[in-house]
Design a binder for this molecule. Structure first.
Ligand code: ADP
Length: 397
């Protein structure tokens, strides 16, 4: 049986899923897992679709192991354990930045890798690791088709105004514009919403991807028309360790008055800010929720306040609002955060159903609410596999 692997390679983790292509051509999840704590003491756990553990490993002294080393180990394991007759026909990758040119998934070749490499400064937390995985697999399995799926692609056709900064035109033409991210997640959520509530999906919806990275997307009939992230995945909402939208004057001040180097500013904005920076405790919402300290509570309150404020802005971009969909780690699991954000949008006529909210929905608004609210788990890995299969069938056609 043919199978497709999707890989989501981040700074300290690699998520992977194996999907079998069934005779009807649809994708069935066969197994999935995660290599975590890369650079510290990597661990690997993979489970089959029924939840049973199929592989567990750890490298207690593996601080020096790279993404490529760990993928080589995973491939060596797969080679020793024939995948019960499953033949991997392609690997799909999440690639965070597609720049101005790439509006759809693409088959990887050397020229594409070079172009994507040039975009690394725009997504320093993600893009180098996405490309490391692509290169590692090209070495391990030369000839195996690889497909790059871009997080920016879903937003590519948003209205021109939503792409433009108020900067001189020449900079826009050089690619300094608002791209938007989390596109694979939003595309999946848009498809699921069209199945669950087609009438709402045809209207004005804000999707809220609230995980370690967090953003909102304004969707009109399932198409992105505005989003909170911009040129990089640093803009918009407060995140686990990223600051979100910030007066650019702060950056100038840090550089010119406080003597920070650009590397220190990058580290501050990407890795030391957000929930971690404000709480002084953790970037993890569960840890903050369990804490009783005032800075932890302020970090949670600020996260909610910023999300509500940005949702108001996107409601304006949409010219009104029919629905909100929460997704990703916080959006799917944190009823308290959903409640805070929804209550900040009461002025729009949104009435949350706290009982349904505590039960994770999917519909968590009251029947007479003017805005419907759903919780829809995202599945970026499946979206990557769907694109990969599509590109492959176009190639073979
Ligand atoms: P990533 O962007 O790394 O994929 P996730 O979508 O997994 O991130 O989201 C991670 C965030 O979700 C963390 O802040 C984590 O604390 C939060 N989270 C996960 N489960 C829960 C939960 N049950 N309650 C509150 N927050 C949760």
């Amino acid at each position: 049986m043919k199978a497709v692997v999707s890989l989501n390679s981040g700074s300290s983790s690699i998520k992977f899923s194996l999907f079998v292509v069934d005779p009807a051509g649809t994708l069935q999840l066969s197994a999935g897992g995660k290599i975590e704590k890369i650079g510290i003491a990597p661990t690997l756990a993979a489970r089959s679709a029924d939840g049973s553990m199929v592989l567990e490993r750890d490298w207690p002294d593996g601080a020096s192991l790279s993404h490529a080393d760990l993928l080589a180990d995973l491939f060596a394991w797969a080679a020793d354990h024939p995948l019960e007759g499953r033949e991997i026909i392609a690997i799909g990758h999440r690639v965070v930045h597609g720049g101005p040119d790439f509006a759809a998934p693409l088959l990887v070749d050397d020229a594409l890798i070079d172009k994507l490499e040039a975009l690394c400064p725009l997504a320093p937390l993600h893009q180098p690791h996405n490309l490391a995985a692509i290169r590692a697999i090209a070495r391990l399995r030369p000839g195996l088709p690889q497909v790059a799926c871009f997080d920016t692609a879903f937003h590519h056709d948003k209205p021109a105004l939503a792409s433009r900064f108020a900067l001189p035109r020449a900079l826009h033409d050089q690619g300094i514009r608002r791209y938007g991210f989390h596109g694979l997640s939003y595309e999946y959520v848009a498809r699921r919403l069209a199945q669950i509530d087609p009438e709402l999906a045809a209207g004005r919806v804000i999707a809220a991807h609230l995980g370690n990275g967090a953003s909102l997307c304004a969707m009109q009939a399932g198409q992105s028309i505005d989003t909170t992230m911009g040129f990089t995945a640093l803009d918009g909402l407060m995140m686990g360790t990223r600051c979100g939208g910030l007066d650019p004057g702060v950056v100038l001040h840090l550089l010119t008055q406080m003597g920070m180097t650009t590397a220190q500013v990058e580290d501050l904005l990407y890795r030391k800010s957000g929930l971690l920076g404000v709480s002084g405790l953790s970037s993890d919402m569960r840890t903050l929720s369990a804490s009783t300290t005032a800075p932890a509570e302020e970090a949670i309150a600020l996260f909610a306040w910023r999300a509500g404020r940005e949702a108001g802005a996107l409601a304006s971009s949409l010219g009104g609002l029919d629905g909100i969909v929460f997704t990703a780690g916080i959006g799917e699991n944190d009823a308290g955060m959903r409640s805070r954000i929804c209550n900040s949008l009461k002025w729009l006529g949104l009435e949350i159903d706290e009982i349904a909210n505590a039960g994770n929905g999917p519909l968590i608004s009251l029947p007479d609410s003017l805005i419907k609210v759903y919780v829809i788990p995202t599945d970026e890995e499946r979206m990557i596999a769907l694109h990969t299969l599509q590109i492959l069938s176009e190639k073979l056609a």
